[in-house]
Ligand binder design. Structure first.
Ligand code: NAD
Ligand code: UD1
Length: 331
């Protein structure tokens, strides 16, 4: 298939491009490089041994997007392009609503106009809010605590309505849990600009000596050891989930959790990292982070039953691969 991957130079997008190319698909990447760089495109080509077509453009620009749809006979779209920093979305909600909602609308409109019937959307477990774990796709969604989360919930609803009204526009909503790790080559991975927000990139920066110690946000949650529990999933498993989704049965709207189904606490992740990489990570316990929930993990059985996809990689590989990438990064 010819797949348009928006945000394909980013963290999850780049790993997915490699997986799509390895599965025999052709890839066209559209990215404005606002949170990535062109070097990643070369790396995707190097890792897969295949060429891709790249457009440096903004997904919110309808004329530019139209030109891409005119130029290529597309079979499907995987839409990663978007902004994802929760704190920044609270400070500047307008940019988040514009970028994430308009981008999704422009692409959906182009799909209808040019008869592209497969649309895979990057959603997030954040849409479940503080529901009872494990989160199941059929749950009623609860309010999220920030504009970023709202853009995901709103995009889901928009795509659902558009698909309902257009029977040949099928949508798959993928709700990711906590993507971590990197390609085992150590060549592509997650390289956040400035201070990392998420746990794994923070740990790797401490291991590298770039940050002094990890601050653990709260030890009084109702969890196994008082620290927050999440469902960490290797980015390569996530990438395989996208290949399964775009190749899967496309009719109406399908929603899948992409997680492992297993919860891990902050202290457990820290221990796994120390064990995998033989590195001691100093830490201190501080106040809870506003907006955090205690427990977040998936019921991942629907994706297994319907897509034949299941996460395969364990916590040790996630930690090892994340660290290998960080070590290779030039600062
Ligand atoms: P990322 O920032 O690494 O990748 C996003 C890519 O989109 C970047 O290359 C960026 O340059 C590009 N982009 C942003 N706005 C654009 C625009 N207007 N036009 C064109 N390109 C644009 O992020 P990621 O971690 O790879 O996340 C990909 C998607 O998955 C995002 O939609 C994100 O919200 C979602 N998601 C991520 C996580 C996570 O923890 N990483 C969790 C759940 C959902
Ligand atoms: C965060 C976002 C969420 C987003 C998800 C994936 C917030 C409030 N939530 O969630 O919307 O979907 O990332 O991108 O930002 N932790 C520490 N110290 C740190 C960093 C994290 O103790 O320096 C803890 C957190 O309290 C949490 C766990 O580690 O319990 C995981 O945190 P993180 O990686 O930020 O992911 P989420 O909290 O799931």
């Amino acid at each position: 298939m010819n797949i348009l991957v928006t945000g394909g130079a980013g963290y999850i997008g780049s790993h997915t491009c490699v997986a799509l190319l390895e599965a025999g698909h052709s890839v066209i990447v559209l990215d404005n490089l606002s949170n990535s760089n062109y070097e990643v495109i070369n790396k995707i080509q190097h890792l897969s041994g295949k060429e891709i077509t790249f457009y440096e453009m903004d997904v919110t620009d309808p004329l530019a997007v139209s030109r891409v749809f005119q130029r290529h006979e597309l079979d499907g779209v995987i839409h990663f392009a978007g902004l994802k920093a929760v704190g920044e979305s609270v400070e500047n909600p307008l940019i988040y609503y514009k970028n994430n909602l308009v981008g999704t609308l422009v692409l959906a409109e182009a799909c209808l106009k040019y008869h592209v019937g497969r649309f895979v959307f990057s959603s997030s477990a954040t849409v479940y809010g503080d529901n009872q774990v494990p989160f199941v796709e059929s749950m009623e969604l609860l309010p999220t605590t920030n504009p970023y989360g709202e853009t995901k919930a709103m995009s889901e609803r928009m795509l659902l309505d558009i698909s309902k009204a257009n029977s040949d526009f099928a949508v798959t909503l993928l709700r990711y849990f906590n993507p971590v790790g990197a390609h085992e080559s150590g060549i592509i991975g997650e390289a956040p600009d400035g201070m990392p927000n998420n746990l794994m990139p923070y740990i790797t920066k401490v291991a590298k000596g770039k940050l002094k110690l990890l601050r653990i946000f709260g030890k009084d949650y109702p969890t196994v050891d008082g620290t927050g529990v999440r469902d960490y999933i290797h980015v390569l498993d996530l990438a395989d989930g996208h290949v399964a989704a775009i190749e899967g049965l496309f009719k109406g709207v399908n929603i899948y959790n992409l997680g492992t189904g297993k919860g891990t606490s902050v202290l457990e992740l820290l221990k796994a990292f120390e064990q995998a990489n033989n590195h001691v990570i100093p830490y201190e316990i501080v106040e809870r982070r506003p907006g955090d929930i205690a427990l977040c993990y998936a019921n991942a059985s629907k994706a297994e039953q319907e897509l034949g996809w299941k996460a395969k990689r364990d916590l040790i590989s996630m930690c090892r691969d994340a660290w290998r990438f960080e070590k290779n990064l030039k600062d």
